[in-house]
Design a protein around this ligand. Structure first.
Ligand code: FMN
Length: 272
């Protein structure tokens, strides 16, 4: 399997598929991955592979895929982080098998998806995704859409990450042991490519924040799902680099910019 860093660098959302169904082998591998998915922050996440025709699923932005997957979680504290984390790890795993995906929060037939997922009263299904073999060429619609949201660009490292306190830019050099992991977070996908993750490094700790730029929808704050996605890239890269640590909720009480909210802290077991 390609390295996590390589998968993160090469991954792109896929909305145009070649119409070939999933092989049984690919389906079995995804099912096995879902069964063993790591769901941090204490919230269980349930995945299902769904047949579009059987459940009447559709998405206006997707062409050539008849198979989707979706995930639900109980509406408990941190469910968005847990779901984003586990969903993104699954998308990266799919990419390692040559399978494309794209998280869809808005562009999906939500009622049909929720029915297929049997979403209970105290459960939430923030996103679903097609899964299949990417077409050789993107549809015109997808190409135009990617341009519109500048899907191929990311904010600079120094704009997202800070040294000791907000306002003091962190360079990859100064990020030391966290440099690759923060770069992994920087490259992560996010709703409308808003990249809401921010981080402040203090010694062997990194405090993560959400810079909110979208309003809540009926399901809550989709940018917290983005945070979960970014945190999965961050931790998967650290692990690949042979480092161990843990997430803890320990707000350091820093002065924060407007619309910026503390989310979680990562503490390295070795010293940075
Ligand atoms: C939580 C979340 C929700 C998203 N919702 C949609 C959506 O409703 N429709 C869509 O076409 N893309 C959606 N996307 C895909 C993003 O637009 C895409 O990840 C971003 O533009 C970056 O492009 P990339 O994934 O190719 O790097 C969503 C992504 C995330 C992470």
């Amino acid at each position: 399997m390609a390295s996590i860093k390589e998968l993160i660098k090469t991954r792109k959302s896929v909305r145009t598929f070649n119409g070939e169904p999933l092989t049984q082998e690919a389906r079995d591998k995804m099912e096995a991955f879902f069964a063993g998915a790591k769901t941090p922050f204490g919230v269980p996440v349930t995945f299902r592979i769904l047949d579009a025709k059987e459940h009447g699923l559709s998405s206006v932005v997707i062409i050539g895929a008849d198979t989707y997957f979706a995930a639900k979680a109980p509406r408990e504290p941190h469910f968005e982080l847990s779901l984003g984390y586990a969903f993104e790890a699954a998308c990266l795993y799919a990419w390692s098998l040559g399978l494309g995906s794209v998280m869809l929060a808005a562009s999906l037939s939500r009622a049909a998806f929720e029915k297929a997922m049997e979403v209970g009263e105290n459960e939430v299904m923030p996103v679903g995704s097609p899964i299949g073999w990417p077409a050789e060429k993107r549809s015109l619609r997808e190409t135009v859409m990617r341009k519109g949201i500048k899907a191929d660009t990311r904010l600079p490292f120094e704009t997202l990450f800070f040294d000791g306190e907000f306002g003091v830019a962190l360079t990859p050099e100064k990020a030391g042991v966290f440099a690759d992991a923060l770069e992994g977070m920087r490259l992560a996908p996010s709703a409308a490519n808003k990249q809401p993750w921010r981080a402040v490094k203090q010694g062997d700790r990194v405090h993560f924040y959400e810079a909110r730029s979208m309003k809540d929808n009926a399901l809550g704050d989709v940018q917290k799902v983005d945070l979960g996605i970014g945190l999965s890239h961050f931790e998967l890269v650290l692990q690949e680099n042979g480092k161990a640590g843990a997430f803890t909720f320990a707000d350091p009480g820093l002065d924060v910019p407007e619309n910026t909210e503390y989310i979680v802290t990562y503490e390295l077991h070795d010293r940075a």
